[in-house]
Ligand binder design. Sequence first.
Ligand code: SF4
Length: 65
Amino acid sequence: MRVTVDLDLCQGHGVCESEEPSVFELGKHEQVTILDERPSEELRAQVQAAVRYCPTSALRIIEEE
Ligand code: SF4
């Protein structure tokens, strides 16, 4: 899977970071940085939770072969 963010939508709520800090980093920034665009399958549940709970629906998972 690949994780993408629409920075036009991200408002820096940081929900994603609290779901999986190894993939999403906010820190002091106003918008998220994707640290790992292709996270391992073991992180799928956490990444899906980040996608689901992002208040602005800025995150997407794209399935790749
Ligand atoms: S939860 Fe959504 S709005 Fe908040 S930092 Fe992450 S991507 Fe941006």
